[in-house]
Design a protein around this ligand. Structure first.
Ligand code: KIV
Ligand code: ZN
Length: 388
């Protein structure tokens, strides 16, 4: 089994299904270029059969991107598959990604098909796609709520039909980490031809477990993770690319796995997405939020000033952020204020320092955050005040 996790980015497809995250043609090309810079292995560029606009975006991304594979999504129907191929055929590394639901709920109410019919459709779809390329992915939609034995039967058959990647989605974010890892382990261990394909997972975040489920599945043998920048996607979104990559990176001794992602491009990529979709990054968001490298409490600030590893498990530079910030607020201490004053060019004696500290604390009780300008105003007023 490979020691590298393939990063499959679906920001331009599943991500765009996030309410309010529609992107125009130019924006999609711009984002695809950035995803290539970021070093993702596969860019899912869209769903060509969905609309003429989607078709054109996928076609133009396929013509632009050289280093990442470009995938187009389609239902398990010949006409959809033909449309994807038409859009991606000029890509340097094209991939057809076809999907079909395998859960009792979806088969009965959405597809109106029996398990035998679904089985046959899946095999036919993969065979049809293989006429065009040897890079074919099959997704068993709603896999986590499917009957295990039926799922295993479908997985075995699509691998026999030529699927080189088999994706096991937790389509509605229902799975629990241990349970999902169990499912992946069961498939990897019991499907006789499982070594002929890469196992992939695609975890939605309805219970906030998208990244946890993806990591658990990777420990159980999955080697492709389907993710989106900032975790955007249908409903509560998908597993967040930046969180997954930094978990693997920061805990490399635990996982023993790598990715091709240039981690310093994580923040610039998520910031670009945020500007394109016009949705700000929440301040408390892991890795990329403004608070992710900000420390407010005096105890933490003191530790940080001695050795940053006391309260930081990664450096801001490693994810493309400028610097750690010691935020001055009501929980902050003297050490942080002294360091901030030095940064601003003030070297105060102990007594002056004490006066400024008291005044800044008083200010911090009244406002959420004390800015550099507030501190300078206090110093000028208390210490360098020209007597009347
Ligand atoms: O959530 C899902 O199951 C999907 C598939 C089409 C991969 O997005
Ligand atoms: Zn999805």
């Amino acid at each position: 089994m490979s020691d590298r996790v393939i990063i499959f980015d679906t920001t331009l497809r599943d991500g765009e299904q996030s309410p309010g995250a529609t992107m125009n043609h130019k924006e999609k090309i711009r984002l695809a270029r950035q995803l290539e810079n970021l070093g993702v292995d596969v860019i899912e560029a869209g769903f060509p059969a969905a609309s003429q606009g989607d078709f054109e975006a996928v076609r133009d991304i396929a013509a632009t991107v050289k280093n990442s594979q470009v995938a187009g999504l389609c239902r398990a129907m010949p006409s959809d598959i033909d449309r994807v191929w038409e859009a991606i055929k000029d890509a340097a590394h094209p991939r057809i990604h076809t999907f079909l639901a395998t859960s009792p709920l979806h088969m009965e109410f959405k597809l109106g098909k029996s398990p035998d019919e679904v089985f046959e459709m899946a095999v036919k779809a993969v065979k049809h796609a293989r006429q065009y390329t040897d890079n074919v992915e099959f997704s068993a939609e709603d896999a986590s709520r499917s009957d295990r034995e039926f799922l295993a039967k479908v997985v075995e058959a699509v691998i026999d039909a030529g699927a080189t990647t088999v994706n096991i989605p937790d389509t509605v974010g229902y799975a629990m980490p241990e349970e999902f890892a169990d499912l992946i382990r069961y498939l990897v261990e019991t499907v006789p031809n499982s070594d002929k394909a890469v196992f992939s997972v695609h975890c939605h975040n309805d219970l906030g477990l998208g990244v946890a489920n993806t990591l658990a599945a990777i420990r159980a043998g999955a080697r492709q993770a389907e993710v989106t920048l900032s975790g955007i996607g249908e409903r509560a979104g998908n597993a967040a690319l930046e969180e997954l990559v930094m978990a693997l990176h920061t805990r490399e001794p635990y996982y023993g796995l790598t990715t091709n992602v240039k981690t310093e491009q994580l923040f610039p990529s998520c910031r670009l997405l945020s500007m394109i979709i016009g949705q700000p990054i929440p301040p408390y968001k892991a890795i990329i939020g403004t608070n992710a490298f900000a420390h407010e409490s005096g105890i933490h600030q003191h530790g940080m000033l001695k050795d940053r590893r006391t309260y930081e498990i990664m450096t801001p530079a490693s994810v493309g952020r400028e610097k750690t910030e010691l935020v001055l607020g009501k929980h902050s201490g003297r050490h942080a204020l002294k360091s901030k004053l030095e940064e601003l060019g003030y070297n105060l004696e102990d007594e002056a320092m004490g006066q400024v500290f008291e005044a800044v604390k008083g200010l911090a009780d009244k406002k959420e955050r004390v800015y550099d300008e507030d501190i300078e105003a206090v110093v000028l007023e208390r210490i360098y005040r020209i007597p009347d």
